[in-house]
Each structure stands twice: as structure tokens, then as C-alpha cells.
Design a protein around this ligand. Sequence first.
Ligand code: AHR
Length: 352
Amino acid sequence: MKRRLVSTLIGMTMVAVMLGGCGGGTDTTEEAADDTAAEAEADESGDEAASGDLITVGYAQVGHESDWRTANTENYQNTFTAENGYELSFVDADNDNATQIEAVRTFIQQELDYIVIAPIETAGWDTVLEEADSAGIPVIIADREIDSDNYDAFVGTDSVAEGVTAGNWLGEYLDGAEANILVIEGSVGASAALGRTEGFNSVADEHSEWTILDSQSGDFTQSGGQEVMESFIKSYEGQFNVVVCQNDNEAYGAMDAMDAAGITYGVDGDVIIISFDATHDGLQYTLGGKINCDVECNPIQAEIVAEVIQAMEAGEEYPERTIVEDSAFVAPGIESAFATEMTQEILDGRAY
Ligand code: AHR
């Protein structure tokens, strides 16, 4: 990961301000006077945006594919407010890589102070990150990882560890019994999907009594989860006893497909369901015993990103890599060394 010298940026800003004072820049004296009057007016009215005091931040969001994503978007919109000293430019890329890269390019052209990217895919970032670097705009990668290291800081979860937790829990629960497993993966090329697959498979490799029958992408959506599960049922009905869904929305779709096919699941059913995210509704299903284990992926990350930006603003050291803490939850009655037994109290405390 590159290390930009924040002090260099601060130094450049000071030079620009000094040039302005010496008559440099494009404003005529009259225009500059008008600007100053407008700024004074804005300051009096308390409108920080008009006074130019706000830190401008662009957030290139993946899309709106899941409840997790909605919670993450709300978290950014509630954190990067004018009241907190920010002006947020938010783009929902609708899970389209080209749209997301274009959004970043627009942020660069707008000369925003900071760019935050929740990357749809790990690949394809080199050129636009080079452009941000040349423009001197710090970039924070959030939520998911990328292949490049041409950015300033990362804030997100450890998806490999999430997959390992799911695998370890299954090993503990089955205690040596056979598993015939179907996996509904997240979006192709997304680090959240790649990492969970890698982590789970690393545990599966240690269990000769486990067979992964099939693994297909449900694109982190409910409809995707349902479609994949319907096709799995056609191919493997009666042959599987574990379904791993790489997020809660896929799990809802998979449950709908199994309901329609008369297949029982959860603690009292024939099929064990593992999910990821642990959003409010996912945990409701866990409390009700329909999802056996739900591994958390915490969407509340904006405050940490804001702390990194504040440190950069102050020219202070900042963490290059912050891993947001996750846990895991199991249905009532399941004892586990890897996950917490769900209770109504935990559900009531879950805001997203
Ligand atoms: O990157 C985080 C993943 O993306 C979440 O698990 C999923 O729900 C979201 O769409």
C-alpha cells in the first residue's frame, strides 16, 4: 500500500493560499472580493457548505443488492453530514464495474478532498487509482479488498476469517458426521465472495467426510439465491444436507426455494443453513431456528473511515489497515465455541 505524505499535501495547500494572496489563481480582484463577502455571509448564516469549510468526500458504493448494503449506505449518509463537517457525494453503482470506475473518475474531476470506494470487484483498479494518485486525492478502500495497493488506507472486514468461522462452526456442529454441501456464492470477483469461499474451503479441506457438491453465484441477492437454489434442487434433491449462503438475502431466497419444494431446513429440518452478514432479519431467522449459523459481516464502517480522514486532515499517522470486528450467531439450543447463541435481547439490539 502506498503511503502518501499528508504533510506534502498540506504544504501544497499553503502554497496555493499564498499564491492566492499574491494575486495568483484565476479570480479577478473583484470576483475574489465578492467571494470573500459571500463566504462571510455564509459564515454568519452558519452555512459551512457555502463557506467552503466542509471536507468533500466521494463514496462509490457497490449498489443496493442486499440489506447489508442498505445499512452500509445509511451509515455513510448519517456519518458524512454537513453537521459533522462533510459534504458527501454518493454514487450507487448498481453492481456495475464500469459505472463505479466512472464515478471515481468524476470525483477526481470534481477535485473532491477524499475518495472512498467499496469495490464491486477486486480487479481493474490500476488506471483510475493512478489518476487519483496523480491528482493528489487520498483514496480509502472500504468494505471489500482490491488487487492493487495504490491507495492510502483500507477499512473493512476479513472475509477469509468469516469463511473460516463458518467452516469451524460446521465442523463442531457435525462432529464427524458426513456433509454434502451446496454453496451459493456472492458476486463473482468480489473479495467478500472470494474470501468466504477461500476460508470455508480451507476448513473443508481438513474434513474428508465433507463433499462440496456444487458452488454457484447468487450475486448477493435474494432473487439470485432463490434461482440458484431452485437449480440446485433440480440437480441434487435428496443428496444435500448443508446449504452455505454467502449473505442473508441469498439465504432468504434459498429458504423460499426449499419451502416451495417441501424441503425442511434449520435446527428441526433436514438441511443445515449457514449464512453471512447477521443483519436484523437474518438474526430473526436464526433466533427462530431457520438459519443454524449466521456469521457477521459488520456494515457499520463509516465512523472508522471518518476517523482515518480526520487523521489525514490533521497530518497525523493513520492506520493503513483497519479490520472491523465480526462475530457469529447460532440458533437457540446450539452450544458453540465459535458463535454466540441467539437471544431476543441480541435481536432487539441489532439496528441494521
Ligand atoms: O461486501 C459485503 C457483502 O456485500 C455483504 O455480505 C453482502 O450482503 C453485500 O452485498
